[in-house]
Design a protein around this ligand. Structure first.
Ligand code: MBD
Ligand code: FE
Length: 286
């Protein structure tokens, strides 16, 4: 990014992610969970913590450092980020075991509902001087039996060529590189956008500090987030990655799958084009 841009802080992105999560999340699901299940899962989680303490001979200073870090994650609004980077992939993997059709991937902390609805052939909202190689993603939404799905929603959002998401970085305008694309009579769509950059977990917040302290790297490979919805069908939340992309083999969020890698080709005009079809299973199978 250029030096004149306001640098988005971890706390700013975290606060937005927390606010957005609270607006979207239903706490009813949790309230309906029977006590036996709460006890079983929480006991297992705590047992894992206790085992780590014993196995690694954890000291009082380390225990107090852990408490201070947990407090900082809350105060910095980074729980949505931390949970989606380090935990969500296991939930997605578990839930995906019962889903046929297109492979899913994690939602992540940067989804925003109610974005602009766009025709099947469209350009995502972008700045006049939006940086990045033009990218076209086209394809068809179908039922797992092959029936095309007209009027399906391809809800797409992604980072810009500097790795920043609109709604979570103050210098990026609202709604930038986000949209809900409605498929045509044959279930087809063709979305023009720009190539996103890899995403770096903010290094100035507690999640970034933990990554640094552990000697890990803070990167996710470049990706497009997509949620496909069609009436009578189970929605799929997924991500598409790029052949040869940096960090593809070591995604900090462990959310890549071989079936989700696209290989856009230059069409001779400097625009890279890729085709990806989505298959949804009927809702009765949920
Ligand atoms: C992202 O862009 C993302 O997709 C996930 C899962 C976590 C942090 C940032
Ligand atoms: Fe992302």
């Amino acid at each position: 990014m250029t030096a004149t841009q306001e640098s988005p802080t971890a706390a700013g992105a975290g606060a937005n992610a927390s606010q957005n999560f609270r607006a979207a999340a239903s706490t009813r699901d949790v309230a309906d969970t029977p006590p036996e299940r709460v006890a079983a899962v929480v006991t297992a989680v705590l047992q894992g913590v206790h085992d780590a303490i014993h196995d690694h001979d954890v000291t009082y200073p380390e225990f107090q450092a852990a408490k201070a870090w947990l407090m900082a994650v809350g105060e910095g609004g980074e729980w949505p980020l931390f949970m989606d980077v380090f935990v969500e992939h296991a939930v997605e993997d578990q839930v995906a075991r019962s889903q046929r059709g297109t492979k899913g991937s994690i939602l992540g902390p940067y989804y925003l509902p109610d974005q602009v609805r766009l025709a099947s052939t469209c350009e995502l909202p972008r700045r006049q001087d939006e940086q990045g190689t033009p990218l076209v993603l086209e394809g068809q939404v179908r039922d797992v039996d092959g029936t095309s799905l007209p009027g399906a929603e391809v809800d797409i959002w992604h980072a810009d060529a500097d790795g920043y998401y609109s709604g979570f970085a103050p210098h990026v305008p609202e709604g930038n590189l986000r949209g809900v694309v409605v498929t045509d009579q044959e279930g087809r769509f063709a979305i023009t956008t720009v190539q996103p950059a890899p995403y770096q977990i903010p290094t100035d917040g507690p999640t970034g500090q933990l990554i640094e302290a552990a000697g890990w790297h803070p990167w996710r490979p470049a990706h497009l987030h997509i949620q496909v919805r069609a009436e009578g069908h189970r929605p799929v939340t997924t991500q598409l990655y790029f052949t040869g992309g940096e960090w593809l083999e070591s995604d900090v969020a462990e959310a890549t799958k071989p079936e989700l890698i696209i290989d856009p080709q230059d069409d001779g005009t400097g625009t890279r084009r890729a085709t990806y079809d989505f298959e949804l299973e009927p809702r009765s199978e949920v």
